[in-house]
Design a protein around this ligand. Structure first.
Ligand SMILES: NC(=O)c1ccc[n+]([C@@H]2O[C@H](COP(=O)([O-])OP(=O)(O)OC[C@H]3O[C@@H](n4cnc5c(N)ncnc54)[C@H](O)[C@@H]3O)[C@@H](O)[C@H]2O)c1
Ligand SMILES: C[C@@H](O)[C@H](N)C(=O)O
Length: 369
């Protein structure tokens, strides 16, 4: 299929001297789709009763169902459409609108946005760091080509767009302890490269076309009722299942590998908060967000307080270890705290108690308490 993009310049903004909304328009067939020159791309206003209509892509992964639950509580069940290319389990299918959406299919994306009158888009589809290294061409397609489709559909339909980035957007030449928002970003994974690309493209679309792009760099996210999708930080989720069930865990990272981490409730709340923040409060469009930072050894010590017989052993995965060694050890998120009031609720002790309470009701955690 031939995609041709037309850039339409409509004049210069007096405030910044930059071009005011200039739109990429895709031609599918012969008729160009044009958007009124006076369209407001910076912020859509929603009153208390006029909620955003939300689409979540890649929604059946570790984070999407939790995000849908949070957004449905806030905006109403029917205003949040979850989508993925996989078949949803029964409880997800019955919990609110679900739709098939392949982000590589632009026409399908556009149909969904139009038919559901979408105004906010949370773009969660991706291949994560470890699985991306095992399948570089698919990661490149989903994480880069897919992102281009998302940016275009968001710009064409005046959506507010959230795209998560990651600690993986930094590399061995970045300052690692702490890692600030603005510094060298030369990641060595296809995942990291695609996320730096997403940050830069989103910001470019913001400054060039007025797209309301918002992005947080998440740490490794730890969740109790959803499984991670093939990342380097997955050990910090699996350890709780294994500690509660078997009283032991084999870790695929070295004992002293320090990485930034966050409990899922903090991550999803940060996501909603940055999307609801007034545009004037955002001095940047891509922010680090942080909560805690620990090593497998430190995590195991905390688990031991709840599961006295717990044992951790190490069988290091060379690919994951090399990735982890190139990532930040600690994240500097002072800009998020200053600009839109970010504040985490879960530190290591609360995280471990919460995770083991979830997994432990009929296991050795319960017996120990
Ligand atoms: N989980 C974390 O620790 C973490 C940390 C930092 C950033 N992030 C980012 O947050 C987002 C969500 O992460 P996650 O952990 O839920 O990921 P995940 O790997 O668990 O889920 C990704 C989803 O994308 C879907 N997907 C793959 N190809 C697709 C396609 N062509 N079209 C539509 N969907 C497709 C998959 O089916 C999957 O359900 C990702 O962008 C990820 O990079 C996650
Ligand atoms: C850190 C994050 O992006 C993901 N959990 C990964 O390890 O790939």
């Amino acid at each position: 299929m031939l995609f041709v993009r037309m850039l339409r310049r409509v004049g210069q903004s007096p405030a910044c001297g930059c071009w005011t909304p200039v739109l990429p328009v895709r031609f599918l067939g012969v008729s160009p789709r044009q958007i009124p020159a006076d369209a407001n791309f910076h912020s859509a206003f929603f009153s208390g009763t006029d909620h955003p209509r939300v689409l979540i892509t890649g929604g059946l992964g570790q984070l999407g169902v939790g995000l849908a639950n949070l957004l449905r509580k806030r905006f109403g069940k029917d205003n949040v459409v979850l989508s993925d290319i996989r078949k949803p389990p029964d409880h997800v299918f019955h919990s609110g609108p679900f739709i098939y959406s392949d982000i590589l299919d632009y026409k399908n994306l556009r149909e969904i946005v139009v038919n559901n009158r979408i105004t906010w888009l949370f773009h969660y589809s991706a291949l994560l760091s470890a699985i991306g290294e095992a399948n570089v061409s698919l990661a490149r397609a989903v994480n880069i080509t897919g992102l281009h489709n998302i940016l275009d559909v968001a710009a064409e339909h005046n959506l507010r767009l959230f795209v998560p980035s990651t600690i993986g957007a930094f590399g061995p030449t970045s300052p690692r302890n702490p890692t600030p928002d603005l510094c060298i970003q030369r990641p060595r994974t296809i995942y990291g490269v695609s996320k730096v690309h997403a940050e830069l493209m989103g910001e470019y679309y913001h400054y060039r076309y007025g797209l309301d792009f918002r992005c947080l760099r998440y740490p490794g996210i730890i969740s109790a009722d959803s499984q991670p999708g093939g990342g380097t930080t997955d050990y910090a989720v699996q350890i709780f299942h294994d500690a509660a069930k078997h009283g032991k865990f084999e870790c695929n990272l070295e004992a002293r590998t320090r990485l930034p981490m966050m409990y899922i409730d903090d991550c999803l709340r940060a996501t909603l908060e940055v999307m609801e923040a007034p545009a004037e409060s955002l001095s940047m469009r891509t922010y680090n967000v942080s909560a805690m930072s620990f090593t497998p050894e430190e995590l195991a010590q905390e688990v031991l307080k709840h599961v006295p017989e717990f044992q951790i052993t190490y069988n290091v995965d060379a690919v994951r270890q090399a990735i982890a060694d190139s990532w930040p050890m600690k994240f500097d998120d002072s800009n998020a705290r200053k600009d839109w009031g970010w504040k985490h609720n879960f530190d290591l002790p609360e995280l471990v108690t919460t995770m083991l309470n979830f997994h432990g009701s009929e296991t050795r955690v319960a017996q120990a308490n």
